[in-house]
Design a protein around this ligand. Structure first.
Ligand code: 5GP
Ligand code: ZN
Length: 115
C-alpha cells in the first residue's frame, strides 16, 4: 500500500510528530487532536483496519496493546487515557490503515453519550 497516508508517515515520506518508533510500529501525534494529548499507534505492516486482523497478527497487536500504556505514561497521562480503534465506515474510520488512538488529558467525556 505505497500510496497509503499512514504507510507514508511511518516511512518518513510525510512529516509527522513522532512519539515512538521501532522496526514494527510507529506512533505519532494526531494532526487534529481532540484532547491535550492525542497520538496514534500504528503497525508498519499495512492492514486496512482491525477487520483484516488475523491470528498471524496476534503478537503484533498484543505488542501494541502493551506498548500503549507505556507511551501514554511517557506523554504524561499518569491518570489514565482512552484508546479508540475505529473500524470501517460503520465505525467512523477515515484513514484505512489500522491505528489505535491514545487520548487523554483535560476533560474526557463519557465514550457514548446517553440522553
Ligand atoms: P480515524 O477517523 O480513521 O480513526 O482517524 C484518523 C485520524 O488521523 C484523525 O484523527 C485525523 O485527525 C488523523 N490524521 C489525518 N490525516 C493526518 C495526517 O496527515 N497527519 C496526522 N498526524 N494525522 C492525520
Ligand atoms: Zn498503510
Amino acid at each position: 500500500m505505497s500510496d497509503c497516508l499512514f504507510c507514508k508517515i511511518s516511512r518518513g515520506e510525510i512529516p509527522s510528530r513522532k512519539v515512538y518508533e521501532d522496526d514494527e510500529v510507529y506512533a505519532f501525534h494526531d494532526i487534529n487532536p481532540v484532547a491535550p494529548v492525542h497520538f496514534m499507534l500504528i503497525p508498519k505492516l499495512h492492514l486496512d483496519s482491525l477487520a483484516q486482523a488475523e491470528q498471524q497478527h496476534a503478537a503484533l497487536l498484543g505488542k501494541m496493546m502493551t506498548l500503549a500504556p507505556r507511551l501514554a505514561l511517557e506523554q504524561g497521562l499518569s491518570n489514565g487515557f482512552r484508546t479508540v480503534i475505529n473500524t470501517g465506515k460503520g465505525g467512523g474510520q477515515e484513514v484505512f490503515h489500522l491505528h489505535i488512538h491514545i487520548i487523554g488529558g483535560g476533560n474526557i467525556p463519557p465514550m457514548v453519550k446517553r440522553d
